[in-house]
Design a protein around this ligand. Structure first.
Ligand code: ASP
Length: 329
């Protein structure tokens, strides 16, 4: 009797640009290349081996540096991924993305995609044109992970530099080096042997991770981040609100402190019911705040706290529900 080979898992790649798709006329240029200059077909041509792991469909959604990604792009991306999984169109999804704001997109997806299939965000620190470009191997490993049943039920994952990281806690921690994506306290989920994913543990859940259903959300409100420092005035905070911010995140010092002017302004705003969230600017640790000043972001950094606040406001949450989103203790 003839035996039939099992069909390969179906992996969809959404390409958005970044250094992984970056190009320069010099192969030693790691600084002034153009991010988002080659398309998905060129990225895939660099790793024909990816076809051994999956039947791949690629779609070019954007081709930009990730500092250009807008909140409307996040909504669009998340809705596409949810649709792929809900309608059983893909067994896994890979998103190629610039590393500068990769953690924001990955975090957004982690909070808004509600399916167990593997979802992997891949970037690179060296452009496609560079000596020792890291993009091709990162992409190969990302595809292999998206095609693997071991990647199921693990939330959104980030793949760079041979490591598998949880999107919830991971951040870009170095502007230049390959080992930039880290969750300093929480560690990584696993790594790769060649392109084979190896996880340290079975799937686990982030404590008290909020989930948002975005199926009826068509836009996200403006939320600005203000950086606290010695002598910081409240001028920029007032201007942000005048210009349309519906919530603000303060990148506060230490465990949630801001300058006297910012704290006084935050207290007034909180009394009026305007949402103010205090995240720690230290990069690690827990930010806590007395309720009269606003909400402490707990373990969430400022750029991720902004994502939560946008989603919470778009979902119509009140102050208490907003605070509950940051209860990571
Ligand atoms: N500037 C690039 C970007 O975020 C950096 C990178 O992808 O590594 O698009």
């Amino acid at each position: 009797m003839a035996t039939h080979a099992k069909p390969l898992p179906r992996v969809t790649i959404y390409a958005t640009g970044g250094t992984i798709a970056g190009g320069s006329t010099s192969n030693t240029d790691l600084l002034f290349y153009t991010a988002g200059s080659v398309g998905i077909d060129t990225l895939l041509d660099a790793v024909p081996e990816a076809k051994q792991y999956a039947s791949i469909t690629g779609e070019q959604l954007l081709n930009v540096g990730s500092h250009e990604i807008r909140s409307s792009d996040l909504l669009d991306l998340s809705k596409r991924v949810n649709q792929q999984f809900a309608e059983n169109l893909s067994d896994g999804v890979v998103i190629t993305h610039g590393t500068d704001t990769l953690e924001e997109t990955a975090f957004f997806l982690d909070l808004t995609v509600s399916h167990p299939q593997p979802l992997v965000v891949v970037g690179a620190m060296r452009p496609a044109s560079a000596i020792s470009a890291d993009g091709p191997l990162n992409l190969l490993q990302g595809v292999s992970l998206a095609a693997s049943s071991k990647g199921r039920g693990r939330g959104t994952m980030i793949v760079l530099n041979d490591r598998i990281q949880s999107a919830f806690y991971t951040s870009k921690t170095h502007a230049n080096t390959l080992d930039t994506f880290r969750a300093v306290e929480q560690g990584s989920l696993g790594f790769f042997l060649n392109a084979k994913p190896l996880f340290y543990f079975e799937p686990a859940h982030v404590s008290n991770k909020p989930h948002f259903d975005i199926s009826n959300i068509t836009s996200l409100p403006r939320v600005d981040i203000l950086y606290s420092h010695q002598d910081a005035s409240s001028d920029l905070l007032e201007l942000a609100i005048e210009r349309g911010a519906k919530g603000v995140v303060i990148a506060a010092s230490g465990g949630g402190w801001a300058s006297p002017a910012l704290e006084a302004a935050a207290e007034d705003l909180t009394t009026e019911g305007f949402p103010v969230v205090f995240a720690t600017r230290t990069g690690n640790g827990f930010s806590i705040k007395q309720a009269k000043f606003g909400t402490g972001a707990g373990l969430i950094n400022a750029q991720k706290a902004r994502i939560i606040l946008m989603l919470a406001l778009a979902s119509g949450y009140d102050q208490q529900q907003i605070s509950a989103c940051f209860n990571t203790g």
